[in-house]
Design a protein around this ligand. Sequence first.
Ligand SMILES: Nc1ncnc2c1ncn2[C@@H]1O[C@H](COP(=O)(O)OP(=O)(O)OP(=O)(O)O)[C@@H](O)[C@H]1O
Length: 339
Amino acid sequence: MTGTPPDAGGAVLTVHEPMTRLTASAEGCSIVTRGLTKRFRGGQVAVNDLDLAVPRGSVFGFLGPNGSGKTTTIRMLLGLIAPTSGGWELLGTPMPGGAAGVLPRVGALVEGPAFYPYLSGEANLRRYDAADPSADPRTANARIGLALERVGLAAAARKRYRAYSLGMRQRLAIAATLLGPRELLVLDEPTNGLDPQGTREVRGLIKEVAAEGTTVFVSSHLLAEVEHMCSHLAVMRTGRLVAQGPISGFRELRAGGAVRIRVESPDTAEAAAVLAALGLEGIRAGDAEVSAELGDAAPERICAALVADGVAVRGLAVQRPSLEDVFVGLTGEGFDVDG
Ligand SMILES: Nc1ncnc2c1ncn2[C@@H]1O[C@H](COP(=O)(O)OP(=O)(O)OP(=O)(O)O)[C@@H](O)[C@H]1O
């Protein structure tokens, strides 16, 4: 394989445009995929030639619009479905051959676990624990107690599941993934359907688990969520990886994006003409505002030119691109910013 080495925690952002091939080495990575591809019967290519490198110890946001292939990728990683081609490693071990040794060290939340509404949180976890052949029944109490403690449900352990809030239910689902010591946690859209309070709870919990040294791989279609939680990001678009790297790299991409000047005015045609006469590019006119790329122009000169031309200026703002703009540029689609 040729091309860019994987970023295993450095400051390099790989933007796959045109698609570049990672020399994905397992060193320093909890997850590595090489050319991972899934074509469903019927011809749909859900994941296309995916090269991921997830640094050990990272909180890795796997971001993409609905249908971009996140769940399919996660299901392949966990051995729930077989890839059409390509390979992958978990915790430095080639898969699927190493599954028996590796999967007990990996906690996963893909489809929400089925809990019994009339049983307590603790009793539900006990059922989960009992179903795990690798778990020693003699230490079940300690394991369950610790898992409940870690997700902040120790006080509500005896409450029935049906009395739990949405956030508590999801924390219990995460507790079920933490019944053993895990080096890697894989969570598919863990805050989907949660209210803001539940989202905060789960986000806080993920940060705590990561602070204890567990690598967390978390998928989301919500940009705002991963932005505040993750150290690294990968962005998917229709089954392909468009960029991956530390979040700082995405912020740099934003800093390098075009700064725009926005003029609020009822005289949009005149304002646009003044901006054009000043040599500004990328002019966009709306109902009561006009914007353009600022380039090297000084905002105060633009303001003076508008006023000198008799344009009624109601507002003037210099705008840096948001991280949202960066993603729209990478994926061609917007993300739900607030959920
Ligand atoms: N079992 C299947 N058979 C055929 N097509 C499938 C199957 N599972 C998923 N797909 C298709 O593969 C594509 C990727 O789906 P996937 O669920 O992986 O995306 P996603 O990014 O997780 O989206 P979402 O956030 O909506 O779950 C979609 O077009 C989906 O319709």
